[in-house]
Design a protein. Sequence first.
Length: 338
Amino acid sequence: MSTASMAHDEHDHGHDGKHHHAHTGHGHAGHSHSHAGHHHAYGAEDQRRIAWAFVTIAVFMIVEVVGGVLSGSLALLADAGHMISDAAALGFSWVAIHYGRRPATAELSYGYKRLEILAAFVNGCALFVIAAWIVIEAIRRFAAPVPVVGKTMLIVAVAGLAANAVAFLVLHGGNRENLNMRGAWLHVLGDMLGSAAAIVAAIVILLTGWSPIDPILSIVVAVIILKSAWEIVKSSAHILLEGAPDSLSLAEIKADLEENVPEVDNAHHIHAWSITGERHVVTLHVHPTAGVPAHDVVVAVQRRLAVRFDVAHATIQVEEQACADSHEAHDHDSHDCH
């Protein structure tokens, strides 16, 4: 933790390297950074769980592809296609966790943790593609029905459900707060639903010979997959777009600091975003209570943010004079200097 006290009459902010805006009378002290609430406990364990799930899914994926071709079942082929996506997704997730544990560099000052969010986003998009393929193929099956061997379909589907259940249980004990881990878990959950649908379709075909049940249940699985995909894409895109974490209310942070930290007279220009789903970052300006040293203000704010909001990294700018940014027309921050 470090603080630096400085006062200057004006400083420049570069915009696109072409021009600068001068700010006059901007006295501030105490640019400081803190790290709190790091979540390292699950890293290696999550990686191990994903590796075991990958092996389970990859091995059975081959069995299901062969079974789907031999039986002519779209439900099995749809589930096999989903499992191919899952194997790729789990592999990507493993790589993201592996590289995400590397230390930060001068070029990547926050490290490689965002790879996990990128992996979750790509996995979610892959689910959209798989679901679309299932629906298109199901429509084709309605137009031109394909004979289905119910017995072969049932045997492979039951084995597939067992394999997916093993992978699901392996992943279920991982860190559910981690968006990348949750994406992998949802992939396997979708596989379980696909196998269950294939079992139901096989039983119906064996008992009644009604083959349209195969594409019908495939579409049901596709809809479920789309719902999971949307949640993952929405959450990961929100983080990639530097959106404020759902668990952090900027208005609540402002009110909490002003009410519970005696060293703070006013907090403003509060911004929050996430490096990963569990590691959050906050920057803010504070006006100190009269006579309180900047260092004491920074320490108090850091401690409150860590304890009350579990913030991983905080940058606090202490302003002993009026906020210089209050006159900037281009700043639309609702948490202004008042």
